[in-house]
Design a protein around this ligand. Structure first.
Ligand code: VAH
Length: 311
């Protein structure tokens, strides 16, 4: 049985559905700060900064794995750095303590945000300098080290991936820097135009949600003896700048209009991150591969978003 924290978030909402399809609805306990609307399957309200509550729910449902996704993303963390530390690090420590006490398998994501301006920018290697300049990045590097520590010191089976910016249509991202790459599809359908808060020529690694979800399941099912790394594996799919999304959308909507109105805060975060990262270690150690390039993703996103806002 698997406990998911942050189950109503951008990743959590889709991961919960996928895990239930694979392992069975009653095998996945979804948790989040607030009750879901409508029928959502087995669910518990959990505030990950309340360690006792998290432990009690994990024990009550006799889970054997934790997928810890509850966190503040980069832009929100930069606006509320103290709160970000409390949630991102306090929540992680509570989840790791629960995993240690109950001997649970453990997944939590890191991010390309775990790298900083002094990190090699292109095809960033798996093992390299990590001096991020954002609170989110500090949380992600600290989280990677904490998860490795719980593995080496207490034998917890902790595993993680460094996610690129994730693009999806089920639940919106909240407070990220890469959210423009999701908004652009909704605005293209709604208005045939998008004003990007990230400037032209700003490359970041991006990934379509199906590739991200497959990576999580594949890593968690990988043979632990083959893992040289654990927290956290670089994974990558699409290195793109805003104009690349506009170009891909124009293949379907020739009249789509792209404009720019840069947000200095999120631009400075984006500028501190790599242009592209290397997924060599993930491919070698557990067979990671991405299936969606920007054109295949755009075709799917436009049709799914059109259906969702039933245009
Ligand atoms: C964010 N979507 O923008 C997240 C992610 C790599 C970006 O960490 O903060």
């Amino acid at each position: 049985k698997i406990l998911v924290t942050g189950a109503l978030g951008q990743i959590g909402s889709e991961l919960t559905g996928m895990l239930r399809r694979i392992y069975g609805e009653d095998k996945v306990i979804a948790t989040d700060l607030r009750e879901p609307e409508g029928d959502f399957g087995p669910f518990e309200v959990v505030d990950v900064t309340n360690g006792e509550q998290l432990y009690d729910v994990a024990k009550k449902h006799k889970v054997d794995s934790v997928m810890h996704l509850a966190a503040l993303l980069s832009a929100k963390a930069e606006a509320f750095p103290k709160m970000a530390w409390d949630i991102n690090m306090g929540g992680l420590l509570n989840a790791l303590e629960t995993a240690k006490e109950l001997d649970l398998k453990f997944f939590t994501p890191s991010s390309i945000g775990a790298f900083g301006p002094s990190t090699p920018r292109d095809q960033t290697p798996q093992d390299t300098l990590q001096r991020p300049t954002t609170m989110y990045g500090v949380n992600k590097v600290s989280g990677e080290l904490l998860c490795d520590y719980y593995h080496s010191r207490f034998g917890v089976d902790t595993r993680g991936v460094r996610f690129p910016g994730l693009i999806s249509y089920v639940a919106p991202p909240g407070g990220g820097t890469t959210d423009y790459a999701v908004e652009i599809y909704y605005e293209a359908i709604r208005k045939g135009a998008y004003e990007s808060y990230i400037s032209k020529g700003t490359y970041m690694d991006m990934m379509y949600m199906p590739d991200a979800l497959n990576a999580i399941v594949k890593l968690m099912e990988a043979n632990p003896n083959k893992l040289v790394h654990r927290n956290a594996f670089n994974i990558a799919a699409i290195s793109a700048a805003p104009e690349d999304f506009a170009k891909a959308i124009k293949k379907h909507m020739p009249d789509f209009k792209m404009s720019y109105s840069v947000d200095p805060i999120r631009q400075s975060i984006a500028d501190s991150w790599p242009n592209s990262i290397s997924a060599d270690a993930a491919a070698a150690e557990w067979g990671f591969e991405a299936k969606y390039d920007i054109d295949r993703m755009t075709t799917d996103m436009l049709s799914k978003v059109r259906k969702k806002i039933n245009v």
